[in-house]
Design a protein around this ligand. Structure first.
Ligand SMILES: [Zn+2]
Length: 272
């Protein structure tokens, strides 16, 4: 057992060395280029070593898995999903609201190249959309989380539609792309929500399987292990919800927990 354990550890070390080598120098560079790259990259490598080491995601599927379909009656609805049907050991990171605009979070996500989807509410994110535009330029998509973060379930169609279509128009104007995914505030939705979302051009109503809350062990404590395709709910947590820690630290812990369970973070929009 010990021998097998040592072999696995050695293999892991070798793998991370190979990954580090590829990151630092690339495959086709000459010896002197490599030496120069090593010299110039030394501080970056040192800074990186304190950040979580992530498992690289597999290439996106050539064909997206099918979305759930409406049962028989032909009504056009953006049906809810909380996971993606896949056997790949990937999970998807969704970050909601947009209350905090933390430069340290943005910098870390840029360095680690973690893909994530931003479900933005106009009343929470709208005072600094340029912050989210910078995150969008890293390749991340902006998605719809309503204009004002109302509980939609039970409201008349016109009100629900105004919340969803209103934010569709706002986000398209600001970010140049019309969202294709929608998350209802607090997850509360009814049949009217799904119809209104579809009428606003939404393909799927995105719920979640795992919810991350600062200061709570939550879904990553080991009793509810992640499963392939799980959608993870995260937030641009403002200070008052961070329990004395930082958004960067909570994110680091989350990424370490995902990696420890043998999962990579993949881009949701590559799958749906
Ligand atoms: Zn929310």
């Amino acid at each position: 057992m010990q021998r097998a354990g040592r072999t696995t550890t050695t293999m892991r070390r070798l793998t991370s060395l190979i990954v580090a080598a590829v990151l630092a120098g690339g495959c086709g560079s000459t010896h002197s280029e490599k030496a120069a790259a090593e010299r110039s990259h030394q501080p970056v490598t040192a800074a990186r070593s304190t950040l979580p080491q992530l498992i690289p995601p597999p290439p996106p599927p050539r064909i997206k898995p099918p979305l759930p379909t409406s049962p028989g009656n032909g009504t056009h609805r953006a049906l809810p999903i909380d996971r993606i049907p896949t056997r790949e050991r990937v999970v998807f990171l969704t970050v909601d609201d947009g209350a905090a605009k933390d430069p340290a979070f943005a910098e870390m996500m840029r360095t680690l190249r973690v893909p994530f989807s931003m479900f933005l509410t106009d009343s929470l994110a709208g005072d600094d959309y340029p912050y989210f535009a910078r995150l969008q330029r890293l390749g991340n998509k902006v998605q719809n989380h309503t204009l004002s973060h109302k509980r939609l379930a039970g409201l008349p169609y016109a009100d629900q539609r105004a919340e969803i279509c209103g934010q569709q128009n706002r986000l398209r104007k600001v970010f140049g792309e019309r969202p294709t995914l929608f998350r209802p505030p607090y997850g509360y939705h009814d049949a009217t929500t799904l119809r209104a979302a579809a009428d606003c051009g939404i393909r799927a109503t995105v719920l979640w399987r795992a919810n991350v809350q600062p200061g709570k062990p939550g879904p990553f404590a080991g009793d509810h292990p992640l499963r392939p395709g799980d959608i993870v709910l995260f937030h641009f947590f403002p200070k008052e919800r961070l329990e004395g820690t930082t958004l960067k630290k909570v994110t680091e812990d989350l990424l370490r927990a995902i990696t420890a369970q043998g999962f990579a973070v993949a881009r949701l929009e590559d799958y749906v």
